[in-house]
Design a binder for this molecule. Structure first.
Ligand code: GAR
Length: 208
């Protein structure tokens, strides 16, 4: 069984989707062993505790800079014997020392169709505001491996939804979460735990 460590910063609906998927037997070959939050007030921590999962808080504000924070996170992940690290609404960009310690062993869910609306500054509702401002007719979400380039790692899974004329950032976010994120993130985690993802020449190939 692979040890899955989930990193969170907020509400934790993606974490909940992972917990529910593990419970229903959908995640084969892996087990969530620890949830680490960058904020002590993240509701995601309550979800983890309710599911009986170990929690840790590594508060970003307690570290002088991103290098110190990344070093602490790398050490915590090694201590937890992480086989897979999942960013599930984790809002801090860690530096290269973490990516190097876990090459192609960290994945992130991003609420847009990468390479659109991604990179620094594109997180949470800001992503959906930008998509609506551009007038795109479809949007969606992407699960990708985390590399040193923000939102630039190999794409594992994507899914789409239609954008409606009367959408607000909130309604679009909700549709993308329900129809895409909560499905493709557990799916990608299970594929990883079953060794069904390979990376070659910067591309991820999935044995579906
Ligand atoms: C999700 O939509 C996730 O894709 C996004 O934040 C939300 C977190 O919700 N992540 C990012 O924007 C990362 N760049 P959750 O805490 O309820 O899972």
């Amino acid at each position: 069984m692979k040890n899955i460590i989930v990193l969170v910063s907020g509400g934790g609906t993606n974490l909940q989707a992972l917990i529910d998927s593990e419970r229903s037997g959908m995640i084969k070959g892996g087990h969530i062993t620890c949830v680490i939050s960058s904020r002590e007030d993240a509701y995601a921590l309550e979800r983890a505790k309710a599911a009986g999962i170990k929690t840790r808080v590594l508060a970003r504000k307690e570290y002088a800079d991103i290098a110190e924070y990344s070093a602490a996170m790398r050490d915590a992940l090694i201590e937890e014997n992480a086989d897979l690290v999942v960013y599930a609404g984790f809002m801090t960009i860690l530096d290269e020392q973490v990516c190097r310690a876990f090459p192609y062993r960290m994945m992130n869910v991003h609420p847009a169709l990468i390479p659109s609306f991604c990179g620094k500054g594109f997180y949470g509702l800001h992503v959906h505001e930008a998509a609506l401002a551009k007038g795109v007719k479809v949007s969606g979400a992407t699960v990708h491996f985390v590399t040193e380039e923000c939102d630039g790692g190999p794409i594992i899974l994507q899914g789409t939804v239609a954008v409606e004329n009367d959408d607000t950032p909130e309604t679009l976010q909700r549709r993308i979460m329900e129809n895409v994120e909560w499905k493709i993130l557990p799916k990608a985690v299970s594929l990883f735990c079953e060794d069904r993802i390979t990376v070659k020449d910067g591309r991820a190939f999935v044995d579906l």
